[in-house]
Design a protein around this ligand. Structure first.
Ligand code: ASP
Ligand code: MG
Length: 404
């Protein structure tokens, strides 16, 4: 049997009318030789609403109970989608993460899938039913409920597609695909027909909306992922191996992320083991550190800056403050209103000209750069949040991304 996995995001399922429209789309695929597995996110802003609700009860709810609470969102949407399909005469069954066999590690709130046992899904497909699986949730070895982190339904969908050997995974959302930049910021941003996993992963990490882990899994198991709108019949963007470069040697897209804070420790002794002593406690506390910059030392003392997401700012500062005197650091300071902009493209590999062009464009747009990092296929600048739109617009123009 040919299997296709379709994932629908919250905005595509925001109300009963939209749920009926989605069910209509799903039935277009369903036929005797195609098994359809649907993965749903929670309706509309349900997850945010549930988060807000919990905070009316407790300022610091346990992560375990948060997972139980948040997982209800996907159970609502999946059961309604299954009902809508049945109404159309298509047998369907909703399945929780546990029923679908999605086993995870224990980290509540950001659990990674450790094993997938989709025998129940296969059984349902063989019996001619459409399987409607709750995205974003799984269960541990001890049968505790877990969630995969915000936006995690993408990862559920790609993981299922991999485990089921699906032909492809289709991700339906409220935008028509992956763009050269956020079309709300850049009016002539262009939709990409295709993009490679590696590039998409850099864009997803740099702020384009997709759960990064889903792209990693797609690359690992070679699952072609189509990102398209559930509200139109436009073609969407195909994420796959070795996209035919539309034009050689180019930047593929510009991404921005406003969720950045920077922490600087000054007067750090410049000797072996200091970076480990600073970053190990952060890692143990599960604070993920992004960009790290260490200055050249003078008088055997150096400065070190690193960035974390804003939600982790407070805990990172508290941790660093608790170890500064032990390690002989002089002071800690931080900045909260920062953002990062990145240009991404496999065409940039080993081509120094791209960095220079990026810095020139930013300077012409009067954007101050705080930090710079690069990977083989990405250049990222940490800048002031206030300058983000200007920065993205100027980079999009400088790299001529509006042109085919
Ligand atoms: N409903 C969850 C969220 O809003 C998971 C998802 O949408 O993928 O983060
Ligand atoms: Mg959602």
């Amino acid at each position: 049997m040919n299997i296709i996995v379709q994932k629908y995001g919250g905005s595509s399922l925001a109300d009963p009318e939209k749920i009926k429209l989605v069910s209509e789309r799903i039935t277009l695929l369903s036929s005797s030789n195609t098994g359809v597995v649907v993965v749903c996110s929670a309706m509309g802003d349900t997850t945010d609403d549930l988060l807000a609700l919990s905070h009316e009860i407790s300022s610091n709810p346990s992560k375990r109970e948060m997972d139980v609470l948040l997982a209800t969102g996907e159970m609502v949407s999946c059961s309604l989608v299954a009902m809508a399909l049945s109404e159309r005469g298509y047998p369907a069954v909703s399945l929780t993460g546990m029923q679908a066999g999605i086993q995870t590690e224990t980290a509540h709130g950001s659990a990674r899938i450790s094993e997938l046992n989709p025998h129940r899904i296969i059984e349902e497909l063989e019996n001619g039913r459409i399987a409607v699986v709750c995205g974003f949730q799984g269960f541990t070895e001890d049968h505790e409920l877990t969630t995969l982190g915000r936006g995690g339904s993408d990862t559920t969908a790609v993981a299922l597609a991999a485990a089921l050997g699906a032909t492809r995974c289709e991700i339906y959302t409220d935008v028509e695909g992956i763009y050269t930049a956020d079309p709300r910021i850049v009016s002539d941003a262009r939709k990409l027909i295709e993009i490679e996993y590696e590039e998409m992963l850099e864009l997803a990490v740099s702020g384009a909306k997709m759960h990064p882990r889903s792209i990693e899994l797609g690359a690992l198991f070679d699952v072609p992922i189509l990102v398209a709108s559930s509200f139109s019949n436009e073609k969407g963007t195909l994420i796959h191996k070795e996209a035919n470069m539309e034009i050689q040697n180019r930047v593929r897209g510009v991404a921005a992320d406003k969720n950045v804070s920077k922490i600087t420790v000054r007067g750090v002794p410049d000797k072996p083991g200091i970076a480990a002593a600073l970053f190990s406690p952060l890692a143990e506390a599960n604070v993920s550190v992004d960009t790290i910059v260490q200055n050249a030392s003078a008088d055997d003392l150096t400065d070190m800056s690193f960035t974390v997401s804003r939600s982790e700012h407070e805990s990172a500062i508290a941790l660093v403050e608790s170890i500064i005197s032990d390690l002989g650091f002089k002071s800690v300071s931080s900045e909260n209103n920062l953002a990062k902009v990145s240009v991404v493209g496999t065409g940039m590999q080993n081509s120094p000209g791209y960095a220079a062009l990026m810095f020139k464009a930013l300077s012409e747009a009067k954007v101050n750069i705080h930090m710079i990092t690069t990977s083989e296929i990405r250049i990222t600048c940490i800048i002031d949040e206030e300058a983000v739109n200007r920065a993205v617009q100027s980079l999009h123009k400088a790299f001529e991304l509006e042109k085919e």
